[in-house]
Design a protein around this ligand. Structure first.
Ligand SMILES: Cc1cc2nc3c(=O)[nH]c(=O)nc-3n(C[C@H](O)[C@H](O)[C@H](O)COP(=O)(O)OP(=O)(O)OC[C@H]3O[C@@H](n4cnc5c(N)ncnc54)[C@H](O)[C@@H]3O)c2cc1C
Length: 388
């Protein structure tokens, strides 16, 4: 379904309280250190512990499993405030809240939810989603990591690449998509398996050197005859691929929000700079060319926000939201890339130095059109809905 009526985007008093809490937290606990952490490629474990104390790590998880069940709009509001200041922290948080935790909520047994989901929702552990491989990014169905049953165990072999959140001091491991043969009709079968850190044969590779997202822990995950108990199967045997695709739907709302927050951050920094910096005897903000850049940026930020709110609202109403999430992710990530470029332009030479945070936002922006489905993949998802 592409269209829904009866939208209400008004933030509730709870959303507004959460927004204030996150803005205050980001200003005091993150902003003063964000550039230093970025340059040192530091993963600030203590920040996630503090966010756990503020009940931010289980926003989409019901109370009975340790979360706050605050909802998708609440997640968007929280991520926007944090992402305006630090994209690495917002990224780690969003991956944890959606793709890292939702597979347990949607497909886990009661016992799996108690054992694995509750520590994630309480923020004692970080959630990670193991889909991508060397030959399977956009072409996700082409994964080569295998799992076969041996008595009461699953034995896993293969390598996942670009996996965020699985290699930190607070990671529990990951949920990995594996393939295990074909069904009677010749279709490949997939299984989602919980692979805990420390399992013999499971090696966590070195951190990638990335253009941006320096505080996001992204690594290869190598499985050599990794044996996990039969009960680590998440969802039904053979249904893993569908489970992973379903999980990505909400992931797209959270990545879209990273884009929104990045663009909003760029708008705020650029407006402030344009009001302060003088050229030709007057503030930059008095030159119409600069005013138009800011006006375009503000307009696009608002477009991104409305699209994200709509996708989030649909999800909170229990309505289909996959197409709106893909549209929001596509639009918002591309808006973020443009906003970052214009923000550097407005800052001139200073924007090209690491003295100003806009340069960090510029470096963090490009991944948004790639991670959790590239812009091309989002277009494929949208075109499929159009009947193409
Ligand atoms: C920093 C970072 C963090 C990540 N974190 C995770 C994570 O936590 N978990 C995880 O599973 N993955 C993660 N990823 C992987 C990410 O989701 C993939 O990189 C992404 O889906 C693209 O896959 P690929 O890199 O293999 O590119 P490819 O699939 O090889 O695509 C290359 C280019 O070709 C285009 N393309 C491919 N096929 C088509 C087509 N049919 N039509 C038109 N264009 C096409 C793509 O859009 C892209 O522009 C992460 C990646 C990065 C860089």
């Amino acid at each position: 379904m592409l269209y829904a009526i009866g939208m209400n985007f008004e933030l509730t008093p709870e959303h507004l309280m959460l927004k204030d809490l996150c803005r205050d937290f980001a200003r005091k606990e993150i902003a003063p250190y964000a550039d230093e952490w970025f340059d040192a490629e530091h993963f600030p474990v203590e920040v996630y512990r503090k966010m756990a104390d503020l009940n931010l790590m289980g926003l989409l998880i019901p109370e009975e499993y340790g979360g706050t069940n605050a909802g998708t709009m609440a997640m968007v509001v929280a991520l926007e405030e944090i992402g305006k200041v630090d994209q690495s922290i917002a990224t780690t948080l969003q991956a944890h809240l959606t793709i890292g935790s939702l597979p347990f909520l949607h497909f886990g047994t009661e016992a799996q939810k108690k054992q694995w989901l509750a520590p994630l929702a309480r923020g004692e552990r970080l959630g990670a989603f193991g889909l991508t491989e060397a030959e399977a990014g956009s072409d996700a169905a082409n994964i080569q990591t295998t799992a076969h049953r041996d008595g009461d165990s699953w034995v896993v072999n293969g390598t996942k690449c670009f996996i965020s959140n699985a290699g930190t001091p607070i990671s529990y491991g990951l949920v990995a998509l594996t393939t295990n043969g074909k069904d009677e009709s010749g279709k490949r079968r997939y299984c989602a398996l919980i692979i805990p850190k420390g399992t013999p044969g499971y090696t966590i590779g070195r951190r990638y050197k990335k253009i941006g997202w320096h505080g996001v822990d992204t690594r290869e995950q190598i499985f050599e005859n990794v044996r996990v108990p039969r009960e680590n199967l998440l969802g039904e045997e053979g249904s893993g691929f569908r489970a992973f695709l379903k999980t990505l739907e909400c992931g797209r709302i959270s990545v879209a929000t990273l884009g929104l927050s990045l663009a909003q951050g760029c708008l705020e920094m650029s407006t402030k700079y344009a009001l302060e910096r003088k050229t030709f005897g007057k503030p930059l903000a008095s030159h119409q060319a600069i005013q138009f850049k800011l006006a375009d940026m503000a307009t696009q930020v608002e477009m991104a926000r409305l699209m994200i709110y709509r996708a989030a609202w649909l999800r909170d109403q229990g309505q289909p939201f996959a197409t709106q999430a893909a549209m929001a992710k596509l639009a918002s990530s591309e808006i973020a890339v443009r906003a970052a470029e214009e923000a550097v332009q407005i800052h001139g030479g200073y924007g090209y130095t690491r003295e100003f945070p806009v340069s960090r936002f510029y470096l963090d922006s490009k991944i948004l059109t790639i991670g959790e489905g590239t812009s091309e993949v989002q277009r494929m998802v949208i075109a499929r809905q159009l009947g193409c």
